[in-house]
Design a protein around this ligand. Structure first.
Ligand SMILES: NC(=O)c1ccc[n+]([C@@H]2O[C@H](COP(=O)([O-])OP(=O)(O)OC[C@H]3O[C@@H](n4cnc5c(N)ncnc54)[C@H](OP(=O)(O)O)[C@@H]3O)[C@@H](O)[C@H]2O)c1
Length: 246
């Protein structure tokens, strides 16, 4: 890769939560960050990065729109000359016990969490192969590793990401591209804000480190995987889960 100030990183789902923390961390480590979310929702993230002296631009992207993904990556490469890091973070949950799970909630979760990542990774591969370098980081979940009642759709999508990322890692290792998974445990974001009172206490009791994680906890791991120090790491699943799954 080139000098750190020239690195271009695309982060999906960068408007809030984990994606925002990741975008800010990559901005701090000298990446030019393309912060993507639907409807220019990542403008606040861009302001935070530029306010801290970094470089960033906002992108409107729905990851379920494969053509839009391809257009965004094409535009980034045309204007900025390269794409060094992809953090495929955008994701949703539509929880329900399987007996009651609606087909549309299955489809929506798979379309966003798995097919959306497929589209993003496929789009960045060509420029990364041309550069003979690149870092792909997908955001799975501890639920993809251990399952969770009421999350069959989400668990399937997140487990699928692990197999997907390992396959990609094997396909492109010879081109100097690494692909790794970060699998967060329970992290304090909008996605988990419904957890309160006893439910929250119960979950915390399953975490050896006895607290929910922060978006910054996840961002540190992602930043490391994007850094030169992680050059020899590929096809791995890095759990950021307080010991919830070992
Ligand atoms: N929080 C946790 O405990 C936890 C644990 C394990 C894994 N994860 C995973 O970590 C990732 C981030 O989660 P989070 O907790 O930060 O969630 P969050 O606060 O709900 O944020 C989700 C992000 O995804 C974006 N997004 C959703 N659907 C999208 C679409 N179709 N196209 C583009 N962007 C879309 C949202 O952007 P807009 O709505 O602004 O477009 C938002 O930026 C997800 O993949 C999630 O599954 C979270």
């Amino acid at each position: 890769m080139t000098g750190s100030t020239e690195r271009v990183a695309i982060v999906t789902g960068a408007s809030r939560g984990i994606g925002r923390a990741v975008a800010e961390a990559l901005g701090q480590s000298g990446h030019l960050v393309v912060a993507a979310a639907r409807e220019r929702n990542a403008e606040g993230t861009v302001e935070a990065i530029t306010g801290a002296g970094g470089r960033a631009e906002v992108a409107t992207l729905d990851v379920t729109d494969t053509e839009a993904v391809s257009d965004l990556v094409g535009d980034v490469v045309k204007r900025l000359g390269r794409v060094d890091v992809l953090v495929a973070n955008a994701g949703i949950a539509r929880d329900q016990l399987l007996l009651r799970l609606k087909r549309e909630d299955w489809d929506q979760v798979l379309a966003t969490n798995l097919t959306g990542v497929f589209s993003c990774v496929q789009a960045v591969l060509r420029p990364m192969v041309r550069q003979r370098s690149g870092r792909i980081i997908t955001i799975s979940s501890v639920v993809g590793q251990m399952g969770n009642a009421g999350q069959a759709n989400y668990a399937a999508s997140k487990a699928g990401l692990i197999g997907f990322t390992k396959a990609v890692a094997k396909e492109v290792a010879s081109r100097g591209i690494t692909a790794n998974v970060v699998a967060p445990g329970l992290i304090e974001t909008d996605m988990t804000k419904a957890l309160t009172g006893d439910g929250r206490d119960q979950w915390e009791s399953l975490v050896p480190l006895r607290r929910l994680g922060s978006p910054a906890d996840v961002a540190h791991a992602v930043s490391f995987l994007a850094s030169d120090g992680a050059a020899y790491i590929t096809g791995q699943v890095v759990g950021v889960n307080g010991g919830m799954y070992m």
